[in-house]
Design a protein around this ligand. Structure first.
Ligand code: ZN
Ligand code: ZN
Length: 715
């Protein structure tokens, strides 16, 4: 027998919280190898010893089948190991970038089966989880991913759990979140009921039409019976919320009965993030939850806690983030009890501490592709690879803010925080800014923020922060996901963002050439945007400006596509005031979706800029149905967008900005692009809205994006 060889293998990527160590342990045992595996902050290190041919087989299987994502392996010859067997060794901290932890994972199929299995010892256990599922980022204090570093640390394992934890063949072998009814957390009510009795009481309140605050795996939800209009109205009134409400569906079958779904939507619903998916509604339930929109946000239960409630009630529930206006999602019992006292009729709490509150993620399928709209639970933290190494901290913009941080080639994108107007959100933002780089062991270096000096991110940025124009950050975020070779174009259409020329941009077509040099290829005919932070609330004012009235107050030149669309929809007679963000645009889209006929209209051109004036009389023509005008407008916009892109160099077009949350517009454009030989590249993991700005800022800096012929600080 030849002398055995020994190898040291370092694995980085998403390797923690995925059952990586148990997998490797079983593989090494099966092949009769000696050595050890341990988690480090920056990844997993393996020492493995055996005959060369067997080591090769080990490496082949490891590369092919190891759980997790984005693995990178480095293999080196090592000195002989002292182990006579293969063991899982204690974790160690090290100095590398800790991009190892997966986002929270919704309950897996195996755990769901056990939850419903009367003979299983975790039957109806609300905190059921395994190596493949359960809370991750929301309960992790520091890396490496080990029970001692999470909120599970204060729950000692019972003998039965200990045995599973130590049994290589058990599916909870070394599961960080292993627990059971004998040793795990408990659900309880504010008045001291526990376990099943607590759930029963919460369900009784829901049945009577009450509002219940429920602590889940990543924060608090407010729940009401979705089929009880009085209960829904009560929730809206107490939360002073007119936004669309999402539904927590009791079963997948319920979703199929109440919405039209396509394959990508069904896959997203059942995916490991269990996001809210915006579906085309049928049945009547959406009319009280998302009136006038034709869509319904639906999610499936993501935890045993939600299953515990739904199995008793067997009906759909409205589930909305429990937060106060301008403040982040509540994730602590004490805060919930005080802040939600006037909103919730009852509380269902538990004693597993949440380190981070994570809102539900939101997703919409457009042109068959899943597009994230909110980086919530399950979608963040996100890890990307940037082709050029750099160090930076992306500070975001002002709305839908999150953080991003890059060191070397690794870019980590943090979760959705919210809008920075509110003091509570701003506090959460600053807290993340001071803790997240350390959590991920990233030396983020330079801060990079929005060009607009009054945005919350810029106000809070340090004095030496670099700036990136808003729409360049938008473009670079989508570029990161597809990385087309220049030349390419980016259509960046959103509400408002400061352009480098000092005017308000938002309807730009940017041309990118070699070296990420960019210039504005085209835009829209500018109009005077009434000043004031609440202008987005009053599309009627924009309609009057577009019609030629002079606005009496202060105004600023703008080329905002978002405001133009809303102004035209208001001109059509849809509504003067938005009760929630972009309401009139969403209703306009919904009308277009439903239309059987379209009123033909077209933009005219001033050079490469779209001139909207020819649309005014047609959009305002009350002799034609609203829906025909809505569809005609969307068709005209899609045609004009594609024609504008054809004026540029390159066949790839990135779509970015909040306007591209409009499915009707995106699908009309995708259909038209094929004929013109254009390739439209949609946002995917990063959202089209400002939730991608922080990431785009880091990428713009790393890639050296710069405006042609303009001396500048950066970008
Ligand atoms: Zn599981
Ligand atoms: Zn136990």
């Amino acid at each position: 027998m030849p002398k055995p060889d020994c190898r040291h293998i370092q694995v980085t990527g998403l390797v923690q919280g995925v059952g990586f160590r148990p997998y490797v342990y079983r593989l090494a045992q099966r092949l009769g190898l000696q050595g050890e595996i341990r988690n480090r902050s920056s990844g997993v290190s393996i020492t493995v010893q055996g005959q060369m041919a067997v080591l090769d087989q080990f490496l082949t299987e490891l590369r092919r089948n190891a759980p997790g994502q984005r693995h990178e392996f480095s293999v080196n010859v090592a000195a002989a190991t002292a182990h006579s067997d293969f063991v899982i060794a204690p974790s160690q901290s090290d100095a590398g970038i800790a991009g190892t932890l997966l986002a929270d994972q919704a309950i897996c199929e195996d755990c769901r089966r056990e939850f419903h299995d009367q003979s299983d010892r975790r039957y109806h256990y609300p905190f059921i989880s395994c190596t493949s599922c359960g809370p991750r980022f929301s309960i992790c204090r520091r890396l490496p991913w080990d029970r001692i570093n999470t909120s599970w640390s204060r729950f000692s394992l019972c003998a039965a759990c200990r045995q599973e934890y130590e049994s290589p063949l058990d599916r909870r072998f070394h599961a960080v979140g292993i627990s059971c009814p004998d040793c795990g957390p408990v659900l309880f009510t504010a008045d001291g009921l526990q376990g099943e009795a607590a759930v029963r009481q919460a369900c009784a309140v829901l049945e009577r039409g009450g509002v219940v605050a429920v602590k889940g795996g990543a924060g608090f939800h407010l729940l009401v019976d979705a089929q009880n209009p009085a209960a829904v109205a009560r929730l809206r009134e107490r939360k002073r919320r007119s936004k669309p409400l999402a539904v927590l569906a009791p079963t997948f079958e319920w979703v199929l009965e109440n919405a039209h779904t396509e394959a990508a939507e069904r896959a997203a619903l059942k995916g490991s993030a269990a996001p809210i998916v915006l579906l085309k509604a049928c049945g009547g339930i959406h009319e009280s939850l998302a009136p006038g929109l034709g869509t319904l946000g639906v999610m499936l239960p993501s935890s045993g806690i939600q299953l515990s409630i739904l199995r008793m009630l067997q009906r759909p529930l409205v589930a909305t983030s429990a937060n106060l206006s301008g403040a982040p999602l509540i994730h602590e019992n004490d805060t919930a009890l005080s802040a939600l006292a006037g909103i919730a009729d009852a509380f269902l709490l538990h004693d597993l501490d949440l380190v981070q509150g994570l809102d539900d993620a939101v997703l919409r399928v457009m042109a068959g592709q899943p597009v994230s709209l909110r980086l919530g639970r399950g979608f963040a933290p996100q890890i990307h690879t940037v082709p050029v190494a750099h160090s930076s901290l992306g500070c975001g913009a002002h709305l839908k803010v999150n953080l991003a941080m890059q060191e070397r080639h690794t870019l980590i994108v943090g979760p959705y925080i919210g809008d920075l107007q509110g003091a509570g959100n701003r506090q959460r933002y600053l807290q993340q800014k001071s803790t997240m780089p350390a959590f991920f062991q990233i030396d983020a270096g330079t801060e990079v923020t929005d060009l607009h000096p009054d945005y919350g991110s810029s106000v809070e940025a340090d004095d030496h922060a670099l700036t990136v124009p808003h729409h360049v950050a938008h473009a670079m975020a989508v570029w990161l996901e597809h990385q087309p070779e220049p030349p390419f174009q980016a259509l960046t259409w959103d509400g408002v963002g400061l352009g480098p020329d000092g005017t308000v941009w938002g309807g730009e077509c940017l041309q990118f050439d070699a070296g990420m040099e960019w210039q504005r290829l085209g835009s829209i005919r500018p109009f005077q945007l009434p000043a004031g932070h609440d202008i987005a609330r009053f599309p009627g004012r924009i309609a009057r400006v577009l019609s030629g009235e002079t606005y009496p107050g202060r105004s600023i030149a703008c080329s905002s596509m978002g405001r133009l669309i809303e102004g035209l929809a208001a001109l059509a007679g849809l509504r003067e005031e938005n009760l929630f963000e972009a309401q009139v645009a969403m209703e306009w889209e919904a009308l277009g979706h439903r239309a059987s006929q379209a009123l033909h209209m077209d933009f005219s051109w001033v050079g490469a800029d779209l001139d909207w004036r020819p649309l005014l009389p047609l959009v305002a023509d009350r002799s034609v149905s609203l829906s025909a005008r809505a569809l005609g407008f969307h068709q005209a916009l899609a045609r004009a967008a594609l024609r504008q892109c054809r004026l540029g160099r390159g066949d790839s077009v990135l779509l970015s900005g909040g306007v591209f949350q409009n499915r009707l517009l995106v699908e009309l454009m995708v259909a038209g692009a094929r004929e013109l030989g254009l390739k439209l590249l949609l946002p995917g993991r990063l959202p089209p809205n400002d939730g991608s700005i922080a990431a785009g800022q880091c990428v713009a800096l790393a890639m050296g994006a710069k405006q042609i012929g303009v001396a500048q600080q950066c970008a």
